[in-house]
Write a protein that binds this ligand. Structure first.
Ligand code: SF4
Length: 325
């Protein structure tokens, strides 16, 4: 059975239960016409001032043949809770998954075991599944290294592979084969030469041409903060509960800022673009990004899927120009 997910969750449990996780964000944004899903949500009564990702997920759930969804009810997005209530009323099966308030391994064990109980799967099957997925996460870590250490992988490719690790595109074996082939090819490339090294922090941008635009301006994205977190490349070093306790995204912004700060130094970043989604509560966290990060930071905001508008483009150009001088 396909099970919709709205965010990174312990997919090892879903696969171990014999189901296929399906990241609804990816289905929404990779569709030829993502606006179609937003329209479905607005027709159903979602306010215009609701985050487009939430509306997109709702539209996908209404449009495709998926009857069950795992909603992250703690540690992700308060809008998801209301989304789950609407979907339940629409007749979908809604399974909650809640990250602990603070990273805590024993509380994470309990959260994982509640999810396993909902899906009726035994712990040993989950462990076997983790052992199968861990090597793919290691390969994703290598892809990330080829991005920032060797400049052999573009920011777009890095983002695409790391974001897809939220569900391994529903087929880990195929994903793994494609990733291995990609890595082999990437190693034969000539290193990219770009004057500026950037980090991209925040939720995945809804903009369709951000990476090519930065590339055209001689800036390489060598750190995709949240996608790298989705990939959990540290998995083999720990238990499943530890693996998801080290995932920074569900917790306080301080942990994310420490991770970003480390990346700034290690990856020798010249600047950070902090992407925020219109109507997202995480926009408030931008105050702390501005206060705490010690390198130049540009905040970008977008609402709907589509290309960068003229005003945003000017802000990006000015930022890159400032870094170049
Ligand atoms: S962008 Fe913000 S409001 Fe929208 S789904 Fe993500 S966390 Fe929730």
């Amino acid at each position: 059975m396909n099970i919709g997910i709205t965010s990174t969750i312990p997919i090892e449990v879903v696969y171990a239960a014999g189901h296929t996780p399906c990241d609804l964000n990816n289905l929404f944004i990779s569709a030829p016409d993502p606006d179609h899903f937003i329209q479905i949500a607005e027709d159903a009564g979602f306010p215009r001032t609701t985050c487009a990702w939430i509306k997109g997920i709702y539209g996908v759930m209404r449009d495709v043949d998926i009857d069950t969804i795992i909603i992250v009810s703690g540690g992700d997005c308060s809008n998801s809770i209301a989304l789950g209530e609407i979907l339940k009323d629409d007749g979908k099966r809604v399974i909650p998954f809640s990250y602990p308030l603070e990273p805590d391994v024993s509380e994470m064990e309990q959260a994982i075991s509640r999810l396993a109980g909902e899906l009726g799967v035994e712990p040993d099957k989950i462990t076997t599944c983790k052992q199968q997925l861990d090597p793919i996460r290691v390969q994703l870590g290598k892809l990330d290294q080829l991005t920032w250490q060797k400049m052999l992988v573009t920011g777009t490719e890095n983002q695409l592979y790391l974001v897809s690790s939220s569900d391994f595109n529903g087929n880990p074996e195929l994903f793994s084969t494609e990733l291995d082939n990609f890595l082999k090819k990437a190693k034969t490339r000539q290193p990219l030469k770009r004057k500026i090294r950037l980090g991209l922090a925040g939720v995945p941008p809804i903009l369709s041409n951000l990476y090519p635009t930065l590339d055209r301006l001689d800036a390489a994205v060598v750190f995709n903060e949240v996608p790298r977190q989705f990939a959990l490349p540290w998995a083999p070093e720990c238990t499943l509960a530890e693996q998801y306790s080290r995932y920074t995204y569900p917790y306080q912004v301080e942990q994310r800022l420490n991770d970003i700060d480390r990346a700034c130094r290690q990856r020798q970043l010249d600047g950070i673009i902090h992407y925020t989604q219109s109507f997202c509560f995480r926009q408030i966290e931008n105050i702390l990004f501005k206060r705490k990060l010690s390198i130049p930071t540009l905040t970008l905001e977008a609402d709907q899927p589509g290309p960068i508008d003229g005003r945003t483009l000017t802000r990006i150009e000015t930022f890159i120009e400032m870094l170049l001088n």
